[in-house]
Design a protein around this ligand. Structure first.
Ligand SMILES: [Zn+2]
Length: 324
């Protein structure tokens, strides 16, 4: 561009002298040329400063083709600048949901359990490490989806933000409210909690009040059965009542439809899938490693286990390398 601008400036100067324009007119033209050059440099600075946003834009194939192969076209450069400005502006907000994809690349659905100071087991993560991991997710430009957004993507072909992710917690421990919920609020993220409904008294598992408050905030509250049994050792009818009873309990607390379930221990059989469907669930989550995508049976969606023993390098690798 700078070469073109320079030659344009020379052309302007020649025509100025040829036509014997007055000095103020020449001065105005010089200002205009300077403005054009400056504008160009500033837009390049924005690209350097916001690598994530550039990635977001690059996922929009139409825009990118225009940008990369037409850099000598002023209109295209203006379009590029406004796209970048849009991406930059949207990244200032908590949820940059503006740039969407609609292919079947799938969505990482992370699952955690307990969140409190270390009990030295891999399903209990410290609030500090959880915050570090969620902050990383946010800094990488991920958008946390609600379950209905995932459902619309999987079942109805709806588009989702380029970097979408679901954060889920299994079992419904009271410490999720005490320790994870404040972090999620701080980072302006949403998540899903799959609750065991047998003892919702706030001592070990969540209290009804905590469930209600988080549900109002936008945390999805969903089922993890009543008693956390090994489903594949149960009859169809036994499984059906685990699914129906936990659903009713949670619906009575939240006043919202409960239509997703995570199978305890990731154990299930064909009866589980049938019973889940018959009980009115549309999404079911397993512990099989992978992304949730449209090729999965919606009642057997893959997730990604996050152990509290992972260091940040391991966490990043698992997040970035897990395939469908
Ligand atoms: Zn569980």
């Amino acid at each position: 561009m700078s070469r073109k601008n320079t030659s344009r400036r020379l052309d302007l100067r020649k025509s100025v002298f040829k036509n014997k324009l007055t000095f103020p007119a020449f001065f105005l033209i010089v200002i205009l040329a300077g403005y054009l050059i400056f504008h160009n440099i500033s837009s390049e600075k924005i690209i350097e400063a916001k690598p994530n946003n550039l990635n977001i834009i690059e996922d929009n194939a139409d825009t990118v083709n225009n940008i990369d192969h037409s850099t000598d076209n002023i209109d295209m450069i203006e379009a590029k600048k406004s796209s970048i400005a849009e991406a930059v502006n949207s990244s200032d907000k908590s949820e940059p949901k503006t740039t969407l994809i609609n292919d079947n690349r799938g969505v990482p659905v992370l699952y955690y359990h307990s969140v409190r100071e270390s009990a030295d087991n891999e399903v209990t993560i410290t609030p500090k490490l959880l915050r570090t991991e969620l902050q990383y997710i946010r800094d990488e430009g991920y958008v946390t989806l609600t379950l209905s957004e995932l459902k619309a993507y999987i079942l109805n072909n709806s588009p989702i933000p380029t970097k979408s992710i679901l954060i889920t917690f299994d079992d419904g421990y009271m410490d999720n409210y005490d320790n994870a919920f404040p972090i999620l609020k701080d980072l302006n993220m949403v998540a899903t909690i799959f609750c065991i409904t047998s003892n919702l008294d706030g001592s070990y598992y969540l209290s009804k009040e905590a469930i209600d408050e988080m549900s109002h905030y936008g945390i999805d509250i969903e089922s993890h059965t009543v008693n956390h049994p090994k489903l594949n050792k149960m009859t169809y009818d036994e499984q059906l009542s685990e699914f129906i009873d936990s659903k009713k309990t949670l619906e009575s607390i939240t006043g919202k439809k409960i239509d997703s379930i995570a199978y305890p221990f990731g154990d299930f059989n064909d009866d589980s899938i049938k019973a889940a469907k018959d009980a009115g669930y549309t999404l079911g989550f397993t512990t099989k490693k992978g992304l949730s995508d449209r090729d999965d049976n919606p009642l057997k969606l893959d997730r990604i286990y996050i152990s509290s023993k992972y260091d940040m390098d391991t966490f990043k690798e698992i997040l970035n390398k897990t395939k469908k």
